[in-house]
Design a binder for this molecule. Structure first.
Ligand code: FAD
Ligand code: AMP
Length: 478
């Protein structure tokens, strides 16, 4: 007799594993299917995020920043060191240990919550049945009242730069370099390209980023993207905008990349090339032809605002559906779906999903940009506060960037919080909480903020919206 569950989740990334844990917590008999194996051939839960995404990239960003600071940022504090050296395999090894700890942690959480882990490839059949194929080819049919598809995404390949994971790598390969490439090319100035480019630039690589668009970080507020371009360029990243890669040729240990820009055909030689041109949904062999689940025109699983697919009782969440490809978006969709399966009223506020780029300075935002609001014809007041005027930032010698708060000119309701600077991701979260509760800039201004903190920059930016900042001259008069 086949196994039967209340909920079967396909994929154990931050969408799927969080959904599975929540379902079990709510008393549903739950299984989660995952096929990903680590380098030792062992099942590894956690998906892209824990294995080859958010966590390993942040581990290398933190390590490389410490190295960079030790080399370039200590002397101002009066600290001198003998020559600072680096052991790349040890750095990459530390990252691997963090990944192991966290993926093992998900396995423990499954156990503790009573989630059944099923190892193998899952495929949705008609009638909410799931075919589970183990690595040895054994096939089992599982029945479910509810199925959650959480198969995630994988890097996009482009014909001009085929990934060989040696000289031309994708984001996964770029987390595994065992030495610092002298000349590193990055195709794509998106979040992943900028983060991975930063890691290796801090460790000494000469990094060139080739970006087809003329605009830098188009999703960010223009003031932020301008500041970011200026700062990253000062840090030594050579960011070429309007540069579309058209071909590449690997010659032994180097690659010649051709691209076109305003001046015509160009070429440039690198020791390693990272292809970071975006990610696409994973739906290969996921849906039987009669499963009834539809894809949209871009190949994502088609869902409504509640992550319901075209088949009742079948849901899809995370990177495999429309919207931002972010771990926290995937997880919250998982929670929403499970709550709704239980009959609870749950919904996502897609307008308040924070975006973060973990460069230094960090970049983060939530809500709308000034440009979008202008296009929509909304009158706004804007308050900004530079970290150069923050005592805490000065104490840390980390004064680049600013906080920008945008509020509705009529109601004073906060419509966007944009930060470039130290701990931007943490600061923006405060803005997200305020916005979720419909705060006005005045509400934030009336809060008591600890002194000295970086958060005071958020406080001051909120005060500046209505001309009331204390520690800078206000652009707007009361
Ligand atoms: P995934 O994490 O991709 O998980 C899907 C899982 O499903 C995989 O484990 C896969 O093996 C499994 N699977 C697929 N098909 C099947 C099948 N048929 N049967 C069984 N198993 C299957 N996001 C952030 O929010 N913050 C960050 O800092 C961040 N940094 C990133 C850095 C990098 C380098 C990359 C590549 C991504 C980063 N992301 C970050 C994005 C984040 O990793 C994804 O948004 C997130 O992992 C999506 O979660 P998911 O559960 O939808 O899918
Ligand atoms: P993201 O989707 O945010 O990860 O960003 C990927 C970036 O890669 C986008 O800004 C694209 O414009 C860029 N890109 C895609 N194809 C090319 C190409 N052939 N040459 C240069 N940049 C590219």
């Amino acid at each position: 007799m086949s196994q039967k569950f209340d909920v079967v989740v396909i994929g154990a990334g931050p969408g799927g594993y969080v959904a599975a844990i929540k379902a079990a917590q709510l008393g549903l008999k739950t299984a989660c299917i995952e096929k990903y194996q680590d380098k030792e051939g062992k099942l590894a839960l956690g998906g892209t995020c824990l294995n080859v995404g958010c966590i390993p990239s942040k581990a290398l960003l933190d390590s490389s920043w410490k190295f960079y600071e030790a080399k370039n940022g200590f002397s101002i504090h009066g600290i001198s060191t003998s020559e600072v050296s680096m052991d790349v395999p040890a750095m990459v090894g530390r990252k691997a240990n963090i990944v192991k700890g966290l993926t093992g942690g998900v396995a423990s959480l499954f156990k503790a919550n009573g989630v059944t882990t099923l190892q193998g490839h899952g495929k949705l059949l008609a009638g909410k049945k799931v075919e589970l194929t183990a690595a040895d080819g054994t096939v089992e049919i599982i029945e479910a009242d509810h199925v959650i598809l959480a198969s995630g995404s994988r890097p996009i390949d482009i014909p001009p730069a085929p990934v060989d994971q040696k000289v031309i790598v994708d984001s996964t390969g770029a987390l595994e370099f065992q030495q610092v490439p002298q000349r590193l090319g990055v195709i794509g100035a998106g979040v992943i390209g900028l983060e991975l480019g930063s890691v290796w630039a801090r460790l000494g690589a000469q990094v060139t980023v080739l970006e087809a668009l003329d605009k830098f970080i188009p999703a960010a507020d223009e003031a932020v993207s301008k500041e970011a371009l200026k700062t990253f360029t000062k840090q030594g990243l050579d960011i070429k905008l309007g540069a579309r890669v058209t071909g590449s040729k690997v010659n032994g240990e180097e690659v010649v990349v051709s691209y076109t820009d305003a001046a015509g055909e160009q070429s440039i030689t690198f020791d390693r090339l990272i292809v970071a041109v975006g990610r696409r949904p994973v739906t290969t062999d996921l849906l039987a032809s009669d499963s009834g689940v539809d894809l949209d025109e871009r190949g994502f699983i088609y869902v409504d605002d509640y992550c319901t697919t075209s088949v009742p009782g079948v849901y899809a969440i995370g990177d495999v559906v429309r919207g931002l490809m972010l771990a926290h978006k995937a997880s919250e969709e998982g929670i929403m779906v499970v709550e709704r399966i239980k009959g609870h009223k749950a919904q996502m506020n897609y307008n308040l999903i924070p975006s973060v780029i973990y460069t230094h300075p960090e970049i983060a935002w939530v809500g709308k940009t000034e440009q979008t609001l202008k296009t929509e014809g909304v009158e706004v007041n804007v308050g900004t506060f530079p970290f150069a005027a923050s005592g805490r930032a000065m104490a840390a010698n980390d004064t680049g960037g600013f906080v920008k708060i945008i509020a509705d000119a009529k109601t004073d309701r906060v419509l966007g919080v944009h930060v470039i600077g130290p701990s931007a991701a943490e600061l923006v979260q405060q803005g997200a909480i305020a916005m979720e509760f419909g705060s006005s800039a005045e509400d934030i201004g009336m809060m008591v903020f600890s002194h000295p903190t970086l958060s005071e920059a958020l406080h001051e930016a909120a005060l500046a919206v209505n001309g009331g900042a204390i520690h800078i001259q206000n652009r707007k008069k009361r």
